[in-house]
Design a protein around this ligand. Structure first.
Ligand SMILES: Cc1cc2nc3c(=O)[nH]c(=O)nc-3n(C[C@H](O)[C@H](O)[C@H](O)COP(=O)(O)O)c2cc1C
Length: 166
């Protein structure tokens, strides 16, 4: 099998944020897809080792900040290469509260989601969630995963479901 074929699948780049009982936390993800439009539901794949996984499982609520090509890539690094177990990731990242959840200020849109089901795989949990609120924040072009790799020259850690060893 040629694993490079997975590079031909398209994604966006998002920050998922949630509450751990004491602080807001979350992680960078690309693995979000819309499942239905009415009621609106999405799916999200999160690695078992990510702190975000246990927080989502516990609180069942999260926000998705949809990043644009103009969003500051520092958010992607802060949320994608550090763990909320020992870091408060929002300390240097501008955010605003939407439906009691933090949303990255320079995102081009956001979704507020409530988890209704999950499916386990060997390494990742597929969370299925209803979208209870959301809005467009500006008219910037949403960032694609390939823009992140090819233009920003960003990397993905092993926890990302799309990780391919070089
Ligand atoms: C561009 C990018 C995409 C990512 N996509 C995912 C993803 O879809 N699912 C996932 O579990 N981790 C993904 N990650 C990895 C997590 O963001 C990373 O493991 C993070 O440090 C987990 O933080 P936490 O332990 O606070 O949850 C991605 C990282 C990057 C940089």
């Amino acid at each position: 099998m040629n694993n490079n074929v997975f590079r031909n699948l398209s994604y966006g780049v998002y920050i998922v944020s949630c509450f751990d009982g004491e602080k807001y936390t979350g992680c960078t993800v690309n693995s979000i897809m819309q499942i239905t439009s009415s009621p609106s539901a999405i799916a999200l794949s999160v690695n078992h080792d990510n702190y975000t996984n246990e927080c989502l499982d516990k609180t069942k609520k999260f926000a998705v900040s949809i990043l644009s090509e103009k969003s500051n890539p520092i958010s992607i690094g802060t949320f994608g290469f550090r763990s909320g177990r020992d870091t408060f990731k929002f300390s240097n990242i501008p955010f605003e509260m939407k439906n009691y959840m933090p949303v990255i200020k320079d995102a081009c849109g956001y979704l507020i989601c409530e988890i209704i089901n999950k499916v386990e795989t060997t390494t990742h949990t597929l969370f299925i969630a209803n979208v209870i609120d959301g809005d467009v924040l500006n008219s910037e072009v949403p960032m694609t995963y390939s823009y992140y790799h090819n233009v920003i020259k960003g990397k993905s850690p092993k926890a990302a479901p799309t990780y391919i060893e070089n």
